[in-house]
Design a protein around this ligand. Sequence first.
Ligand code: SAH
Length: 398
Amino acid sequence: MTKTLDVQVNAQSIAAFKKGYPLILKDVVVQPDVLKEDGTIIRLVDKYGKFIAKGYYGNQNKGVGWVLTRKDEEPIDFAFFESRMKSAFARRDLLMEDPETTAFRLFNGEGDGIGGLTIDYFDGYYVVSWYSEGIYSMKHHVYGVLDKLVEYKAIYEKKRFDGKGQYVEQDDFVKGTPGDFPIIVKENGMNFAVDLNDGAMTGIFLDQRDVRKAIRDNYAEGKNVLNTFSYTGAFSVAASLGGAVKTTSVDLAKRSLPKTIEQFSVNGIDYEQQDIKVMDVFDYFRYAKRHELKFDLVVLDPPSFARSKKHTFSTAKDYPALLQDAIAITAKKGIIVASTNNASFGMKKFKSFIEKAFSESGSTYKILEESSLPKDFRTNRDFPEFNYLKVVILQKLK
Ligand code: SAH
């Protein structure tokens, strides 16, 4: 039996919970020290003991747990997980049937009703990510529901609860028949090699699907493309398939070179016709300026935080400066794809960064397109803070 604990929350938080706000922040809990055992089912109550919502205690990088239901009588058991997972899977029916896309998000945490849990689908393989010890203590339900509802090749898991949401080093295999990685998945007809048993990252960030498609279909033809913070070069592949004349991919991780070669190769693109640079983006910008290189399309998708030998970088602070560097080497009428996954600020602030970068560069621009998470990364419209991805595609005018 799971223990249930009454937890009083402060008066200011009640209206939001009633509207459906799912995250339980530490500072709304009146006596946080009653929270002891991760995974405890908690009933949020007001100062009179009146029921507000029910959820679980799980320490995450943000918050101490998530609301799961606003019905006091609904138990948090196998049937609960089954109902939420079944609805989530049904919402992705069309994607599941699309032969051109075989990798996507199947369950998106609080957006699908269970914060702290995501499930990604890779052509018959399931990757379950756990964001707290609390939700992980309920894993038997989630794996039980997968056993019941789907036919999988294998299940892999990522534990991301070292306190900061960072991946915990482990063997990711859970059950099924282990895959022979890399496997090739499809996304809007493009191929991507993924390895689900190789640490935190799989080889592709599924949340950028719409942006890869936009680059391929609308912005790449005939262009000389620079892809910064390129990781495995997925944006470069999209650009190349969209008719780019040449791509240059820049990432300082050594593994990015073989991984990028691999992504080009599984798409039948001759990687020797492309540039793949293992170096610090900031050094590359200096190099490009010195050699007066100009690009028609620049992709800028840095991690929220990064530390290299020379730099500590945080998008919340340094994005305008980074964008200024990009503007300096973008051709007149060129396109910049400015992206960030930093959840600590919203679209408005992000646009103010863009404004600042252009005004300090003495340059002007026009926004062509804005985008955020794709549909399968379901979020609640009332609470945009959970839709962390912000992408602005813009054109440099002068
Ligand atoms: N845009 C990529 C994902 C980027 S992940 C995509 O959509 O696939 C962030 C990448 O930034 C990592 O691969 C990391 O190695 C790289 N990185 C971090 N700091 C860097 C720096 N200073 N210079 C170059 N690459 C950096």
